[in-house]
Design a protein around this ligand. Structure first.
Ligand code: FAD
Ligand code: SF4
Length: 397
């Protein structure tokens, strides 16, 4: 007699139904599948369990007394890297797409969960299970919007796939790790990116309209290490706007409530993380968390230039000053913002210190957000490592 898995009796929610995490839902996609059965344990916003899942995934949780692990999570190696031949149209140099393509070409996996965009809208996410290199390439570049990557999970079991790579951001990966054992896979590989300040599609429109000179032609953008937002337009031109000139008063409500209460910036549960913020300008930042991550990175090592990570400057003063500025929604006049951008770029934090600057600024802001909007969640929801990071600063009441 064959038994039916308990989750198969569960039913996905309709796309219009309110999610169990309510306004904190990041639309990770889990609730679009019968794995909603596990939502109370699995949802990153209902049951924060990074420490436990680190132990299951990496055999141990991060050493809180090791300063690099406190910030960047469990890891065995970190480096700066860039592809010798960048992939045209990728977010940075295309290391993520290149690893996924190698894994598929070498038969290590049968499919890759990644996110393309719809035909009508370059920023509307469309998660898929890619089975060809072309489909992976079509998913390159960030969709800077909440993306239901896990909505394709039911298809895995139905397809009979046994070896899978999932590409995703922290909240998606937390829920994925929590249901990993239910997926019936022989091997799951997880390639993560850092993620912060994401928005829903309407929020993205507002951000583009308040910040860019030509919102309709933006192809992609990034908050970069030179303290500017870099927009790339359809005609290939680049537009830069200093962080300190952002219209914080208008943008305060743009970021999704999930991202305002997230403390997994660095994607703690992925095997390998590829971002940029701990690396020099133009380079990508790589965090190898475990042996599986090393195996994945080794596949493309001969396509990369690499260099050790470095760290320069002191972020603390800049972070402390940004706390009340953000809290009160202060916007500097553009000339002052530009000047501040130039000064801070010359003397400001670089390399890993820039990554710490970004983590500290976001964690202090998010801590205050949770404290004010969901005080009953503060104790359980904020992981111990984030409490220690936030504890270095003086916060307003
Ligand atoms: P590519 O080869 O272009 O591949 C990009 C991959 O990202 C694709 O496989 C695609 O499936 C996946 N993807 C795209 N959009 C999403 C999405 N919304 N959800 C899940 N997966 C997606 N790095 C930092 O160091 N600091 C940051 O603050 C930071 N913020 C980010 C915010 C967002 C919303 C995202 C998606 C990424 C962020 N990153 C950040 C990661 C960084 O921007 C690059 O994605 C990463 O360095 C990989 O670049 P690449 O050229 O190798 O990727
Ligand atoms: Fe469901 Fe994911 Fe939303 Fe949590 S974040 S309620 S798991 S869709």
């Amino acid at each position: 007699m064959t038994s039916v898995s308990p989750h198969k009796k569960a039913r996905a929610l309709k796309s219009t139904s309110r999610r169990p995490a309510k306004e904190l839902c990041s639309e990770c996609g889990l609730c679009d599948t019968y794995y909603i059965h596990y939502v109370k344990e699995a949802c990153a916003f209902i049951n924060q369990q990074i420490g436990e899942l680190e132990e299951e995934t990496h055999t141990r949780s991060r050493h809180l007394d090791n300063p690099d692990e406190l910030y960047f999570g469990v890891h065995q190696d970190m480096m700066a890297a860039r592809k010798q031949q960048p992939i045209e149209g990728a977010q940075w140099t295309g290391i993520v797409s290149s690893i996924a393509i190698e894994m598929l070409n070498r038969g290590m996996v049968e499919g890759v969960v990644c996110v393309q965009n719809t035909k009508e809208d370059r920023f509307q996410p469309m998660p898929i299970i890619a089975r060809t290199p072309e489909e992976i390439l079509a998913a390159r570049v960030n969709k800077p919007t909440l993306s239901p990557n896990l909505s394709v999970l039911e298809q895995i079991e139905k397809s009979g796939m046994k070896r899978l790579l999932v590409i995703g951001v922290g909240c998606q990966i937390q829920a994925l790790r929590a249901v990993e054992k239910q997926l019936g896979l022989e091997k799951l590989y997880v390639l993560g990116t850092p993620c912060v300040d994401n928005v829903n599609r309407a929020g993205l429109q507002k951000f583009l309209e308040t910040t860019s000179r030509s919102p309709d032609t933006v192809v992609h953008y990034e908050f970069m290490q030179d303290f500017r937002v870099h927009f790339k337009h359809e005609d290939g031109s680049t537009e830069t706007v200093p962080f300190f000139g952002l219209k914080t008063n208008q943008l305060k409500d743009v970021f999704a409530p999930s991202c305002m209460s997230c403390f997994d910036y660095v994607n703690s549960l992925a095997d390998l993380v590829v971002g940029y913020m701990g690396a020099p300008f133009g380079w990508q930042w790589i965090v190898v968390r475990n042996e599986t991550g090393k195996e994945m990175l080794d596949l493309v090592k001969d396509q990369l230039d690499t260099q050790p990570v470095t760290s320069k400057g002191n972020r603390k003063e800049a972070v402390q000053q940004s706390i009340p500025a953000y809290d009160k929604g202060v916007t500097l006049p553009m000339w002052a913002a530009k000047l501040m951008g130039v000064v801070i770029e010359k003397i400001g934090p670089k390399g890993l210190e820039y990554a710490r600057f970004s983590i500290d600024s976001h964690f202090t802001r998010n801590y205050l957000y949770v404290k004010r909007n969901h005080p009953e969640k503060l104790e359980e929801h904020v992981p111990e490592f984030a409490k220690r990071i936030v504890g270095q600063y003086k916060l307003p009441e």
